[in-house]
Design a protein around this ligand. Structure first.
Ligand code: DX5
Ligand code: ZN
Length: 225
């Protein structure tokens, strides 16, 4: 039986009450805080940076999962590590030297993840998968919450699941397989069956009136998956 993690994306939280929102959602049974960083350059939106990460850090002991949608990547990595990030993920198209960026993240004491846009090929995993702690498959084009799940992501999840399992069999390394975009109570079981173990959900959780009920419904769907 796989361990499943629910990672609410605070992009859909009430930014005026962010600390409270983080506490509420973890209190409601979620596992990981997903933190979307957008730069109005790599993606067409502008969100939050290390200052905000630092500000929410005292509000939870749950891992903060920083999803960098910024270009360049390396300059900002140490800032997020200092701000209390636990996991830092980046897009291969945004880094000139992918292996170097992975190493930089680890050198700063964080877990490293690589993120695949809907049209980004998986070949970027070829020489680096065994160094990663997390692979993140985007099921929407990055930039905004509340978009519709792109079904092609299921195929990609199946392919990455096989590759991760092969690495784990060979080396014993644990690598999380995360999915991000359009995840809802209604489709989470199907996504789990495709191989994901960590589920980002922004609008589905923060847009619901009752975080606890939504997280519980997602867990129930996962248990039945
Ligand atoms: C999109 C972000 C997502 C987003 C997900 O670029 O990376 O994390 O917040 O939002 P939902 O769950 O609403 O699709
Ligand atoms: Zn994200």
């Amino acid at each position: 039986m796989r361990t499943y993690r629910i990672a609410p994306s605070i992009l859909s939280a009430d930014f005026a009450r962010l600390g409270e929102e983080v506490r509420a959602v973890i209190d409601a049974g979620a596992d990981v805080v997903h933190f979307d960083v957008m730069d109005n350059h790599y993606v067409p939106n502008l969100t939050i940076g290390p200052l905000v990460c630092e500000a929410i850090r005292p509000h939870t002991t749950a891992p903060i999962d920083v999803h960098l949608m910024v270009k360049p990547v390396d300059r900002i990595v140490p800032d997020f590590a200092k701000a209390g990030a636990n996991i830092i993920s980046f897009h291969p198209e945004a880094s000139e030297h992918i292996d170097r960026t992975v190493q930089l993240i680890k050198d700063h004491g964080c877990k490293a993840g690589l993120v695949f846009n809907p049209a980004t090929p998986l070949h970027y995993l070829d020489h680096v998968l065994d160094k990663l702690d997390l692979v993140l498959i985007m099921s929407v084009n990055p930039g905004f919450g509340g978009q519709k799940f792109i079904g092609e992501a299921l195929k990609k999840l199946r392919a990455v699941r096989q590759r991760i399992d092969a690495v784990t069999r060979e080396t014993g390394r644990e690598i999380w397989l995360e999915v991000d975009g359009g995840v809802k109570t209604e489709n989470i079981a199907e996504i789990a069956r495709a191989g994901a173990d960590t589920f980002v959900a922004g609008s589905a959780i923060f847009g619901s009136g009752d975080y606890r009920a939504t997280v519980a419904a997602m867990r129930a769907a996962l248990a039945a998956a």
